[in-house]
Write a protein that binds this ligand. Sequence first.
Ligand SMILES: [Fe+2]
Length: 230
Amino acid sequence: MSAVLTAARSAVRAARPSARAIPAASLSLAARSVHTLPKLDYAYDALEPHISGQIMELHHSKHHQAYVNGLNAAEQSYAKAPSPKEQIKLQSALKFNGGGHINHSLFWKNLAPQAQGGGELAAGPLKDALVADFGSIDAFKKKMNSVTAAIQGSGWGWLGYNPDTKKLEIVTTPNQDPLLTHVPILGIDIWEHAFYLQYHNVKADYLTAIWNVINFKEAERRFVEAAKSA
Ligand SMILES: [Fe+2]
């Protein structure tokens, strides 16, 4: 073996951290992923006039950040919980903050400025499936809006793909519960923080406006993937 290779291998060994030197507790914490706030693909004001920049900034930088922080805190507490009883106590925080992080991460991708194709549903597999399952695109939007508006309190309206029936269906989840029965194709946040600063109590106006900035390309990508793996 050449001296250069030997020296290089020694250097690699020296640089490699010794697992024996790190306490087991630190290792398990180091291996845990820390959730972070995803960046948006567009500026906060890029969805105006349909969703105001003020709403987007607060929604993303304050509300979503709070779910991320809450999830990280709950996961850390869970890892340190001394008994199953203490772990069970954390289930609600994990579900609420974990669901909030999952749902909002999907929601930002659901939206796109009109200059980037927001609101446009091009001919393709998603449009064909929506027409087949709901009769027309207008009928689909109308049904999605009425089902979402009827949610009591806070929650989410979803266009989901049912892997059993292989159909697109409109479903809802309360609070920040993530959609588990279907593959989420499109989600609409109907928490007041998503619309109140601009639309006040008129949910119907928010629900009408949001279709102008729906990212149907992303929805179609999810639909094609879901149908392929069903
Ligand atoms: Fe939200």
